[in-house]
Design a protein around this ligand. Structure first.
Ligand code: NAP
Ligand code: MG
Length: 498
């Protein structure tokens, strides 16, 4: 029998919650003694007071990371050993998958079903995939004349600062941590204030897996203090960040005002879904459309909020999407029957509601949901469908990061393409059509990092993920490309004279 809500509630009541930073292989309070609260977004209650790291803690973690890196205990360890450690970590994460999923769910408001999938299933796969890559990555031999021999080797960049958001807390940490560790770096990880709990638990599991002290340091704290200290630290060699475009710009500034460290940026989006005239409006298409807008309560950087539908399908699509969206069950995230939890925080809920009001003010028509959502202790909003959206409206231009689907009508493929491109972002796009030639032509022309055809998909662990335009820098998470964020190349040139 499938576990029910009471099973997960009981599991939640037995969780042991780690609240301290993990520095140099052991848990410790922040040196300044400060703390912040992490809440359960479904109830608004405080779960725990978490150590708030400051500049002194970041200094301490950088020293530990540098010491471990220079000692070679990880950075120059045998590849087969490093692989074994990451594979052991993957297994430990699987063994603790349910515990971590419940912890993630109460801290973030994400549904238990999604947490089990992401935390118990996908996160271990990341450590496994990059662990297995360790002894299968090669350098290059340079084409030279007989007078020289030259190779290009990939070397770890050193100490990496990883700053992650709250929408996929442990998964985003794994997207960065697994390749950074596989690339031999020592790291500092800063989870988001709203969702520090699963990342903190990871420290102990990594130590159990055999990761040497100092290689992984986990520093909870605010972006303004802990994040900025990481961004400005002269002893950190690279920063990889996922979050908002505004903070991404801050990190570029911190780098330019400190040691010119490279900054990998994975930022926001305003991703389009295009439904062409020749598409068939099937149940599968409608499920993809609703998932694209409402999955994770729309708190997803690649959410396809702008759904650009050929006018011939507009009414049928709208009716089907409303029917499908009505099936969304908003409620207690620990109930396996729930398909959408609350927003992560009161601030995020209020932000979403302000966009819902703006949409109405600017003339879009809410045909499902709207700003007058449930009131109560949790940070809930209703799934909302707007029709009659036009590309100049604020809700069609700014990232909402909430459960909002906006329908835009288009007369032709060229008009749909123009609307899709009319944004400063470029993370993702979906295209629905039965004409594969048309799909591939459009896919090549769209200025975005990922295009999915006849589905809403972000690809897989094997495919690089990242944005064009203001959705990111040239860096990519996932795939073998992710290693490049944490490596630099060295040329070794040997003269063979005589
Ligand atoms: P955010 O402020 O960019 O937060 C992301 C991470 O950056 C968090 O760990 C945050 O720390 C940290 N941070 C904040 N200010 C910083 C600073 N000055 N220096 C260094 N680090 C800093 O994003 P958010 O406020 O959580 O969400 C706001 C918007 O960002 C969303 O509505 C959405 O538009 C976008 N977003 C995008 C993604 C994505 O996957 N692309 C994910 C989340 C959010 P604290 O949380 O501790 O302050
Ligand atoms: Mg929380």
């Amino acid at each position: 029998m499938m576990p029910d809500k009471s099973y997960y509630q009981e599991r939640a009541s037995r969780l042991r919650i780690e609240t301290r930073a993990f520095i140099d292989g052991r848990y410790q309070q922040a040196s300044g003694g400060a703390s912040f609260d992490t809440l359960n977004p479904a109830t608004g209650e405080i779960i725990a007071k978490i150590s708030a790291c400051d500049g002194a803690d970041v200094d301490k973690a950088v020293e530990a990371a540098r010491r471990s890196f220079d000692s070679g205990v990880w950075s120059r360890a045998d590849p087969s050993h490093r692989k074994d450690v990451l594979l052991r970590l993957a297994q430990l994460l699987r063994d603790h998958g349910e515990e971590l999923a419940v912890l993630e769910s109460i801290d973030s408001g994400k549904t238990i079903t999604d947490c089990l999938n992401e935390v118990a299933h996908e996160v271990p796969r990341f450590f496994q995939w990059y662990g297995e890559l360790i002894d299968k990555s090669f350098g290059k031999v340079v084409p030279t004349g007989e007078e020289a021999f030259s190779v290009i080797v990939r070397e770890p960049i050193g100490v990496a600062g990883l700053i992650v958001p709250w929408n996929f807390p442990l998964l985003m940490a794994a997207w960065k941590l697994a390749p950074a560790l596989a690339a031999c770096c020592s790291v500092l990880l800063k989870p988001a204030e709203q969702t520090p709990l699963t990342a903190l638990r990871l420290g102990e599991l990594a130590a159990q897996a055999g990761l040497p002290d100092g290689v992984l340091n986990i520093l909870p704290g605010t972006g303004e203090i802990t994040g900025q200290a990481i961004g400005r630290h002269p002893g950190i060699d690279v920063v990889s960040f996922t979050g908002s475009t505004v903070v991404g710009a801050h990190l570029l500034r911190y780098a330019s005002e400190s040691n010119l460290k490279p900054v990998g940026l994975e930022l926001g989006g305003k991703s389009p879904m295009i439904v062409l005239e020749d598409a068939e409006i099937t149940g599968d298409l409608i499920q993809n459309a609703t998932m694209a807008a409402f999955w994770n309560g729309g708190q997803n950087c690649s959410a396809n909020m702008r759904q650009i539908v050929h006018q011939s399908h507009y009414t049928a699509f709208l009716d089907a999407v409303i029917t499908e969206a009505r099936r969304i069950v908003v409620g207690d995230p620990l109930d396996p029957g729930t398909t959408m939890g609350p927003m992560v925080s009161a601030a995020q809920r209020d932000r979403v509601i302000s966009y819902l009001r703006k949409g109405v003010e600017e003339g879009a028509r809410p045909v499902l949901g709207g700003a007058d959502g449930p009131t109560g202790a949790g940070f809930f909003v209703q799934p909302t469908v707007f029709e009659g959206v036009n590309p100049r409206m604020t809700i069609a231009r700014e990232e909402i990061f909430g459960p909002v689907l906006g329908l835009i009508s288009a007369k032709s493929v060229e008009e749909a393409f123009a609307i899709a491109c009319d944004t400063e972002y470029g993370l993702h796009a979906s295209i629905f059509t039965r004409d594969i030639t048309r799909a591939l032509r459009l896919a090549r022309r769209l200025p975005v990092g990922t295009v999915s055809v006849n589905s809403f998909s972000e690809g897989s662990i094997a495919t690089p993920f990242g944005g064009y335009r203001k959705s990111g820098s040239r860096s990519r998470d996932n795939g073998t490309e992710a290693l490049e964020q944490y490596q630099q190349t060295k040329t070794i040139w040997v003269a063979l004279n005589g």
